[in-house]
Design a protein around this ligand. Structure first.
Ligand code: ZN
Length: 283
């Protein structure tokens, strides 16, 4: 556990890598007329928690805000690209849905679970806080791809796979995103099956198999902890405790991908090809 804390401190500097589901995000359809009540609602919800506690402040467009570029940043070419970014992001999403083996597998698994993905309804490219690359909004059952952060196909593929695991858990496992143990569990699964699997080759090299295993587990714990802390205003100790509590069970649960993916291997294709054997209706 101590190791985990140290790694986290190091990882925290790599803010762009932190991913977070905007649980309990505000409904996108807030009309301007309801702004007064909405802003009141956003300062404190009925259970006495501030919106920051639930992470939706990372996704301004979820609150019905349209992203407005600052003129100083437009001048320097840093902002003002939103429509171009959105178009590129949507193209990358489309490419991943057609060509990304894990995205295709996840879409098949979701469909077979009774939660099919309709691209226009369930995936949204948006401008996000620069600390996140994507998110899952359980209120609207929608995946957010951060068009200002996930700018190429492989990043979008990573975001989609990760968020589709949250969507899959929400569909299949009767999840309550307000329960920190549930949140920790789905973050462990997403880190295990997506993020850390892609990174695992970095740990391999001359490491003994034991070290690889340990390094992979630490990667999953670190990534899951960062994701939990990004969306829950709880202490690091409480977040670590939740991750440790559910880790053995959730790390072992490889549904629906069925394996940890190794980099530069045919694992992604294998997982995709084997999908139908598990009853997944792969595209
Ligand atoms: Zn996540």
């Amino acid at each position: 556990m101590e190791f985990l804390t140290k790694v986290w401190a190091k990882e925290a500097t790599n803010a762009a890598d932190v991913e977070a589901p905007p649980a309990a995000a505000q409904n996108k359809t807030n009309s301007p007329a309801s702004d007064a009540s909405a802003s009141q609602e956003t300062t404190e919800s009925s259970d006495g928690t501030s919106p920051k506690d639930w992470g939706y402040d990372l996704y301004p467009e979820r609150k019905g805000e349209t992203f407005k570029p600052k003129w100083t940043k437009v001048l320097f070419g840093m902002e003002g690209q939103e429509n171009i970014d959105r178009f590129k992001c949507e193209q990358n999403v489309y490419w991943c849905v057609k060509n990304g083996p894990l995205v295709k597998l996840m879409m098949g698994a979701l469909k077979s679970s009774g939660c099919p993905i309709d691209l226009r309804r369930h995936i949204s490219c948006e401008v996000c806080d620069p600390t996140v690359t994507g998110g899952y909004d359980p209120k609207l059952n929608q995946i957010v791809v951060c068009q200002n952060m996930a700018k190429n196909k492989s990043m979008v593929h990573g975001v989609l796979t990760h968020e589709m695991i949250h969507m899959f858990d929400y569909c299949n496992n009767d999840m309550d995103f307000r329960n920190v143990d549930h949140l920790a569990c789905t973050e462990i699964r997403a880190a295990n099956l997506a993020h850390c699997s892609f990174l695992s080759a970095m740990f391999q090299g001359d490491a003994s198999p034991f070290n690889v295993k340990q390094a992979h587990q630490n990667c999953v714990k670190t990534k899951a902890l960062a994701s939990v802390l990004a969306v829950r205003n709880i202490s690091k100790e409480d977040a670590i405790a939740a991750v440790e509590r559910v880790f053995p069970k959730c790390y072992a649960d490889l549904e629906p991908i069925g394996r940890r993916i190794r980099r530069n291997s045919t694992d992604q294709q294998k997982a995709y090809m084997e999908g139908p054997m598990y009853g997944y209706d792969v595209y």
